[in-house]
Design a protein around this ligand. Structure first.
Ligand SMILES: *[C@@H]1O[C@H](CO)[C@@H](O)[C@H](O)[C@H]1NC(C)=O
Ligand SMILES: *[C@@H]1O[C@H](CO)[C@@H](O)[C@H](O)[C@H]1NC(C)=O
Ligand SMILES: *[C@@H]1O[C@H](CO)[C@@H](O)[C@H](O)[C@H]1NC(C)=O
Ligand SMILES: *[C@@H]1O[C@H](CO)[C@@H](O)[C@H](O)[C@H]1NC(C)=O
Ligand SMILES: *[C@@H]1O[C@H](CO)[C@@H](O)[C@H](O)[C@H]1NC(C)=O
Ligand SMILES: *[C@@H]1O[C@H](CO)[C@@H](O)[C@H](O)[C@H]1NC(C)=O
Length: 178
C-alpha cells in the first residue's frame, strides 16, 4: 500500500474511534434528566478522555457529586463560623445538623457509592447516591432556610445533581461492553 493509502486508512480509523467515544457521552446523557448538565460535567472533567468507557463516565459523575458536596460543606463551615451570636437557637442548630449530614455524605456515603461501582454493583451505587440527596433534607427545613436561602439553593442543586448521577448509573451497566 502507498503511504497515502495508509494515512487515509488511519485517519478514517481515528475519526471513527473519536466518533464512537463522543457518541458514548451522548448515548448515556440523552437517557438522563438533564442532557446538557450531564455532557458538560463529563466533558469538563479532567478525568475525561476520548477513550473513557461507560464505567469511567460513571466514576466521573460520582467524583463530580463528591466535589459538589465538598463545596457545600465548605460553604456551611463558613456560614457557621460567621455566626456572631453564640446563643444556640433552632436556626443555628439546624446548620450544625446539616453540617453533620454533609460530612457523612462526603466521608462515607459517596465513597461507599464509588466502592460499589468498583465492585460492579452499580445498582447499590445508585441507591447510595440517592440516599445522599435524602440525607441533606435536614438542611432544607424551615430553620435552615431562614438562616440562608443560598444554602437552600445549593442543597436543591445537589439533590438534582444526585438524581442525574443516579440516571447515569442506571444507564451505564447496559453500555459497559459497548
Ligand atoms: C439542567 O441543569 C442546569 C444547571 O443546573 C439548569 O440550569 C437547567 O435548568 C437544567 N435543565 C433541565 C431540563 O432540568
Ligand atoms: C463546563 O465548562 C464551561 C466552560 O468553562 C462552563 O461554562 C460550564 O459552566 C461548565 N459546566 C459544568 C457543568 O461544569
Ligand atoms: C477528543 O475529541 C475531541 C472532539 O472530537 C477533540 O477535540 C480532541 O482533540 C480529542 N482529544 C484527544 C486527546 O484525542
Ligand atoms: C472511585 O474509585 C476509583 C477506582 O477505585 C478511583 O480511581 C477514584 O478516585 C474514586 N473516586 C472517588 C470520588 O472516590
Ligand atoms: C462569612 O463572612 C465573610 C466576611 O464577611 C464573607 O466574605 C463570607 O462570604 C461569609 N461566608 C458565608 C458562607 O456567608
Ligand atoms: C439564631 O442565631 C443566629 C446567630 O447564631 C442569628 O443570626 C439568628 O438571627 C438567630 N435566630 C433567631 C430565630 O433568633
Amino acid at each position: 500500500m502507498t503511504y497515502t493509502l495508509w494515512v487515509t486508512f488511519f485517519l478514517i480509523l481515528f475519526i471513527l474511534l473519536q466518533y464512537t467515544s463522543a457518541d458514548l457521552v451522548s448515548i448515556v446523557c440523552a437517557q438522563t434528566r438533564n442532557n446538557t448538565l450531564c455532557s458538560q460535567t463529563l466533558y469538563n472533567s479532567s478525568e475525561y478522555s476520548n477513550n473513557t468507557d461507560a464505567k469511567g463516565l460513571a466514576y466521573i459523575m460520582i467524583g463530580a457529586a463528591l466535589d459538589r458536596a465538598a463545596h457545600n460543606l465548605v460553604y456551611l463551615k463558613g456560614l457557621i463560623s460567621n455566626q456572631t451570636s453564640t446563643k444556640p437557637n433552632n436556626s443555628n442548630q439546624c446548620l450544625q445538623v446539616c453540617y453533620k449530614d454533609y460530612s457523612l455524605v462526603v466521608k462515607a456515603i459517596i465513597p461507599n457509592a464509588n466502592q460499589s461501582l468498583s465492585a460492579g454493583t452499580t445498582f447499590v451505587a445508585a441507591v447510595a447516591i440517592l440516599y445522599s440527596a435524602d440525607k441533606i433534607l435536614d438542611c432544607q427545613d424551615e430553620d435552615c432556610v431562614k438562616m440562608s436561602s443560598i444554602l437552600n439553593d445549593k442543597c436543591n442543586e445537589y439533590a438534582d445533581f444526585a438524581q442525574l448521577v443516579a440516571d447515569v448509573l442506571r444507564v451505564t451497566p447496559k453500555k459497559i461492553n459497548y
